[in-house]
Design a protein around this ligand. Structure first.
Ligand SMILES: NC(=O)c1ccc[n+]([C@@H]2O[C@H](COP(=O)([O-])OP(=O)(O)OC[C@H]3O[C@@H](n4cnc5c(N)ncnc54)[C@H](O)[C@@H]3O)[C@@H](O)[C@H]2O)c1
Length: 248
């Protein structure tokens, strides 16, 4: 059994999957939480094939009871949660003006990206406090620290994640549980590899100081650092990992 336990949502794809692989390779047992069973099982198989310990747990983060159950399953399997990365998320309908955003899209994106993170915090924090603390990283976005046109619900949800992270960090500062957010720039994952995205990416690369988009492992290594002892004085921050695009 690994010494340290990680709980990662969105582990069935993209950034969550890459981060789960990195935590497993660096000695964590990983609870792989996702609503996509196929993707979650693939991540589980890849980690086990590489000699790591991981277990897929089906969960819809938009549903509080489902998150409570997932945290319970992780505790039953591993006894504790030392690190959590809340990465499950959706982009929703991109390309519409704010007044044209559909009601369904608004509620879906806010329900998964923002309320979903709150559901995770409300079950992860008490679990960590019972076992002496831990570290949590919420996945926001550069769209959570500056405006992102034509995806108002997404941008609002990610600003909300940053606000929630800061509020929770102030509340739990003295209780051994650090809470931060990571704000990825454009990262090469299924979310950004959809039809029609190549032009958007090309334009972004043109104005990006590093002249490229990021890889999911580059978010994973920032999350791993944020959850570890080397980041012991980092708390309540929203850290861009974006090739300096927000430095412009
Ligand atoms: N890719 C980027 O450029 C980028 C940039 C900034 C922020 N982000 C954020 O990073 C996170 C991961 O995105 P990604 O690019 O890896 O996308 P992705 O689509 O590859 O992976 C998202 C994962 O979340 C899961 N998921 C979606 N809704 C869920 C729900 N209700 N319950 C449980 N799981 C659910 C999906 O099944 C999928 O496995 C998201 O929060 C996203 O907003 C991504």
């Amino acid at each position: 059994m690994a010494d340290r336990i990680a709980f990662i949502t969105g582990a069935g794809s993209g950034i969550g999957r890459a981060t789960a692989g990195l935590f497993a390779a660096r000695g964590h047992a990983v609870a792989l939480v996702d609503m996509n069973e196929k993707g979650g099982r693939e991540t589980e198989a890849a980690i086990r094939d590489a000699g790591g310990e991981a277990r897929f747990i089906a969960c819809d983060v938009a549903d509080d009871a489902s998150v409570r159950n997932a945290v319970g399953q992780a505790l039953a399997a591993y006894g504790r949660i030392d690190a959590a990365f809340n990465a499950a998320g959706v982009d929703g309908e991109v390309g519409r003006m704010t007044a044209d955003c559909s009601m369904d899209n608004w509620h879906r994106v806010i329900g998964i990206n923002l309320t979903g993170v709150w559901h995770c915090l409300r079950h992860q924090i008490p679990a960590m406090l019972k076992t002496g603390g831990g570290a949590i990283v919420n996945c926001a976005s550069t769209a959570g620290i500056r405006g992102a046109a034509f995806c108002g619900a997404y941008s609002a949800s990610k600003h909300g994640v940053v606000g929630l992270t800061r509020a929770a960090a102030l509340e739990y500062a003295s209780q051994g549980t650090r809470i931060n957010a990571v704000c990825p720039g454009m990262i090469e994952t299924p979310m950004t590899q959809k039809p029609g995205m190549s032009e958007v990416i090309a334009r972004l690369v043109e104005v990006s100081p590093l002249r490229r988009i990021g890889q999911p492992e580059e978010i994973g290594s920032a999350v791993f650092w944020l959850c570890g002892p080397d980041a012991g004085f980092v708390h309540g921050q929203a850290i861009p990992v974006d090739g300096a695009i927000t430095s412009r």
